[in-house]
Design a protein around this ligand. Sequence first.
Ligand code: N01
Length: 546
Amino acid sequence: MGSIESPPFRHNNDALDYDVLIIGAGLSGIYTLHQMNTFGLRAKVLEAGSAPGGTWYWNRYPGARFDSESYSYGFSWSQEVLEEWDWSEHFAAQPETLRYCEFLVDKFNLRAGMQFDTRVTRAHYQERSKSWVLTDHRGRTYSSRWLVTCMGILNEFTLPNIPGVHDFAGRAMHTARWPHDAPVSFEGKRVGVIGTGATGIQTITEVAKTAGHLTVFQRTPNWSAPLNNGPISAAEMAEIKTRYPEIFRRCKESYSCFIHKSNPASVFSVTPEEREKFWNELYETRGFEKWLSNFHDIFTDKEANRLYSEFIANKIRQRVHDPETAEKLIPKCHGFGTKRVPLESGYFEAFNRPNVELVDVKADPIERVTASGVKTRDNSYDLDVLIYATGFDAVTGAFTAIDFQGVGGVKLSERWKDGPRTFLGLFVESFPNMLMVMGPHQMFGNFPRSIEYASAWVAEFIRWACEKGISSAECTGKKVEEWTEHVHTCAEGLLANEVDSWMTGVNKNLQHKQKRIIARYNGPAPGYRARADDVAKRGYEDLIMT
Ligand code: N01
């Protein structure tokens, strides 16, 4: 009798459309789909955009680029990709990164597994069949055993809660939904930008170069420091390729997955002269070195942080000609690096241009947007183009935008009304078979490094569960309790958690996001991975499985 070949997995999902549904075709969705395909599982990505790329598909505003070194940003899981792909700059601009996403999709034949122009509106768990049913904006439904959310943490953009935002008669756009058809020209135009976060800072620097007149509406000034970008020559790229193992090892060992090594020394362990010299050297380095490789206590000690903030403030004073404008650009209510640091390439010099005007809307608040521009309490600004660089309903926004319902019809928005509660940022209690890549309380840092880890963990779990014929897996309330407590403990003592920002869950435009929460994992990335690895190593016994 000949042997009967057994199927690779005990699926038991035949009555369902798919084994795995994935929401989102950004980097998380791309890698997750690739792994599912490799394992021979039937997987589908549902994506609201018309093409892959996620963040890099939507955020096409002028000046959009990396804040992590390009070669530390790309995926490390394919040697072929590492060999074939060349980065042209130390911090690649958005078009190049979007090309990188398209390259991955084509190289691994992922397009057929992606359905674009499909916005998921509902995701309901079916207790009887232990499956998920997703509904899209056109009412079409899709069923699967497993659901993987790959929605990113900065996806749902927010407009400012200013009266009249829809009244403007000129051209208005949010940076996160930048027009795709043709480049937007600012030549000779009167342009307004509201918002001076990382996005605003990149946009303003670029728009200032061509606009007839640019008015920057700043509510809170932001600490910003030089990106120090530069091109990568062919020879340099070849050399970088030989160092990939070391680059990824460094990222793996570092606190937040960046290439920059943390510094165990204290601000107070050196003389003021040594400190000044070190900080001047740091100011010339690339990327986040000047933040993440700084004295460790700038993150935790108010006086240490004040000293470095003052050093950066003096740099701003040296770079901005008008002392009054310089003072307006220097943050007074939070310290350097207590928000993710926007990196700039000539931002402060933009304010030396005769066509650029800074309006402090804390001193002269915006009253409304009108058909002709922006009306503040004391002035009116006539505009042709109005750009909203006003940020996102971060971290949880993509989840609350979809009607997620778990066991007994429990709503995810209800479960998280006082802040997210998860197990490892991967599972939510009462939401069986749903796994999150870049969910709340997961490590963020250098995003693709975190994505790569979480996506591989999730994929390996699903592979294992399918092999074992498991039809449902859920985390317990006890594990959620323990993880949430651990996440909150890791956040203690960090100055960043004493400041309003998207990282502490605050969005002043949203009624339900006025209070600070712990939105992300603040502990060291190696610690996160050790905990998640341990769960896998112990056969996922922390989960309830049937
Ligand atoms: O958003 P933000 P972002 N009236 O929330 C202002 C990543 N990123 O898109 O601070 C007036 O930081 C708001 O003012 P205030 C990066 O992780 C990376 O800029 O609330 N102003 C603030 O100035 C970053 O941290 C890169 O007082 C209003 C701005 O809008 C994250 O994305 C590039 C207002 C929002 O800033 C988010 O950055 C870009 C109102 N009603 C972004 N409402 C890289 O380099 C809001 N604002 C890779």
